[in-house]
Design a binder for this molecule. Structure first.
Ligand SMILES: [Zn+2]
Ligand SMILES: [Zn+2]
Length: 294
């Protein structure tokens, strides 16, 4: 082959690479274009986003708003048989006093635990608001990876909380006061446990170096899944029914954990419990729930 021929082939190859790069860029731009208007409107509130109070107020508000439908369902449940038939413990009466007790504890936990850990995290990783929105596929992938990381951190910490008697007695037993959980019990925990939970979520987004919009979506999804786990309803449209192959536990899986204690330690996915042989499958028949851990 002549030198001229080789040069021509190189030129053609470079042109192909450039065309592929342009194609990839335009795909990415199209993909980020979906989120750009949303990110622009979020970014317009820069002062609010950078405020030291934002993570605490945001976390509490999301918790409160997402728990509200379950509060109404529990209170008015028997009047709405369509929803009530999916309740795991149908005969459990609504107790306003316990809901109030949980709400007070959650307010206290946000002030004493979430606020200082968020301030500390803000110093370690000051808020950076880029102009461009994240790519939609990357946002989805980061949220899923973040949940897998959070799930892993919590699974092993949870094993420790049940395995070390001192830790169970002095830290985790508060969360297990409710044998039949309801939405607000997702955050009804000892302060030390809340600090660890909050740190696990922050570390997951830190490791993945998430875009701020991805962080916001991750925190909303994480709070929603924790509430769904504790809501006490086995809805046909719940996340665990939508994820195939029983890979996601959901409310029935976590209800069994509150009932029997020594099983179903992971908060969301089931792979760690399968691997450690601590998985117990849910059954509609409460006779088969087995002995309570109490
Ligand atoms: Zn729980
Ligand atoms: Zn537990």
């Amino acid at each position: 082959m002549t030198v001229q021929g080789t040069v021509l082939r190189h030129a053609a190859f470079s042109a192909e690479i450039s065309a592929a790069k342009i194609n990839m860029n335009s795909t990415c731009q199209a993909s980020s274009a979906y989120l750009q208007p949303l990110w622009n409107s979020v970014k317009n509130n820069e002062n609010l986003l950078k405020s030291c109070l934002f993570p605490t107020v945001f976390s509490f508000s999301v918790n409160f708003v997402l728990c509200l439908p379950f509060f109404l369902l529990d209170m008015l449940g028997p009047c709405f048989s369509f929803f009530h038939r999916y309740k795991i413990w149908k005969d459990e009466p609504f107790n306003l006093e316990v809901w109030w007790l949980c709400l007070k504890k959650i307010v206290c936990n946000h002030v004493v635990c979430v606020f200082p850990t968020s301030i500390l995290y803000g110093f370690m990783r000051p808020a950076y608001l880029p102009d461009e929105a994240p790519f939609l596929p990357k946002l989805i992938m980061d949220v899923v990876l973040g949940l897998l990381l959070f799930d892993t951190f919590y699974f092993f910490a949870h094993l420790g909380l049940h395995g070390v008697p001192w830790l169970y007695r002095n830290v985790h037993s508060l969360h297990h006061e409710q044998r039949k959980p309801f939405a607000l019990t997702s955050q009804y925990s000892n302060m030390l446990e809340i600090i660890f939970l909050h740190c696990f979520a922050l570390i997951a987004t830190y490791i993945l170096d998430c875009h701020p919009l991805t962080e916001i979506v991750f925190f909303i999804v994480n709070i929603w899944l924790a509430i769904e786990n504790h809501c006490g309803y086995n809805f046909p449209w719940a996340t665990h029914r939508l994820v195939p192959l029983g890979m996601f536990g959901g409310a029935p899986f976590h209800d069994l954990h509150h009932w029997r204690l020594k099983c179903n330690y992971a908060p969301y996915f089931t792979h760690w419990d399968r691997l450690f042989n601590t998985l117990i499958e849910y059954t509609e028949d409460k006779q088969n729930f087995g002995k309570t851990g109490y």
